[in-house]
Design a protein. Structure first.
Length: 69
């Protein structure tokens, strides 16, 4: 939540990035060749484990955020 508290500064960042996967975007499969992934939350199931491993394989830099990081 602290990340989202950046308010207007997020708009400046938004002009410099392409959002390719998010609960806010309607893409179903994580793409290849992603430069940066911000991940928040715990791995709580086998499905979550498979997802995070796929994200790690397809991302140059993975940043874990939050209490579970």
């Amino acid at each position: 939540m602290s990340f989202l508290d950046m308010d207007e500064r997020l708009l400046e960042i938004g002009n410099q990035v392409d959002l390719v996967f998010s609960p806010l975007v309607d893409f179903k499969d994580y793409p290849e060749g992603v430069d940066l992934a911000l991940v928040e939350g715990a791995v709580g199931s086998i499905e979550d484990e498979h997802k995070i491993k796929r994200i790690r394989e397809r991302t140059k830099f993975l940043v874990a955020m939050g209490d579970c990081a």
